[in-house]
Structures are given as structure tokens and as C-alpha cells.
Ligand binder design. Structure first.
Ligand SMILES: [Zn+2]
Length: 123
């Protein structure tokens, strides 16, 4: 296998990851719009009996939205890195992250080895 063929394969895999990320990004945009709309309509109906339930729902909903937003933020970042050509490079050792890992974790910014070290350091 020549180096050129290998590069071509990498590009195709990257294109696929990029397409997946864009699809996921669109889905999240839709979900977040739905969450926002629900929030607005809730503000209009508010009676005292529903207050407790409503605030539980609100907490649940905002944490849901936070996690979606967090994922969305990561995806936007990953797409930006793809454009810049820095995507898939480990931030710690600067070596390419395996495409297999990127396919499972498109937001990965570290190779497996560095990620394990990172998590060990953190815990
Ligand atoms: Zn690394």
C-alpha cells in the first residue's frame, strides 16, 4: 500500500465522520429549538399546584438542554478543526488519532493512550 493510497483512505473516512457530525449537528439544532419553544409556552400557564412539578421539569429540561448544548459545542468545534485540517490530531502527543477511535468518539481530542493518562491524572 503506497502512502498516497493510505492518504486517500484517510480522507474518505474523514469525509464520513464530517457528514455524521453535520447530521448530528442539525438534529441537535432541531432538538434545541423544540426545547426552547416548550419553555416559552410553559411560562404562560403557571398555577401554584403545578409549581413543584414544573420546577422539577424545568431542572430536568435545562440539564437536558445543557448536555445537548455541550455536545453541540463540541461538534461545532470538531467541524471547525476538520476545516482547519487539525482534526484527529492528539492535543497531547500531536500524533494522529486512529480513525476507528474517531468513528466511535468523533469529539475525541486525544489518542487512546493520552486519554487514559489524562483520566488517571484527573481522578
Ligand atoms: Zn496522544
Amino acid at each position: 500500500v503506497s502512502g498516497e493510497e493510505k492518504n486517500k483512505k484517510m480522507t474518505t473516512e474523514l469525509e464520513k465522520i464530517k457528514a455524521d457530525l453535520q447530521e448530528r449537528k442539525q438534529k441537535l439544532e432541531q432538538d434545541m429549538n423544540v426545547l426552547n419553544k416548550e419553555k416559552f409556552s410553559d411560562d404562560q400557564v403557571q398555577d401554584v399546584g403545578d409549581q413543584a412539578l414544573s420546577s422539577t421539569m424545568e431542572t430536568l429540561r435545562s440539564s437536558l438542554q445543557d448536555s445537548k448544548f455541550e455536545e453541540y459545542r463540541m461538534i461545532v468545534k470538531a467541524l471547525g478543526m476538520i476545516e482547519e485540517g487539525t482534526y484527529g490530531i492528539c492535543v497531547d502527543c500531536q500524533l494522529p488519532i486512529s480513525t476507528r477511535r474517531l468513528q466511535s468518539y468523533p469529539n475525541a481530542t486525544r489518542c487512546l493512550g493520552c486519554q487514559e493518562l489524562f483520566e488517571e491524572r484527573r481522578s
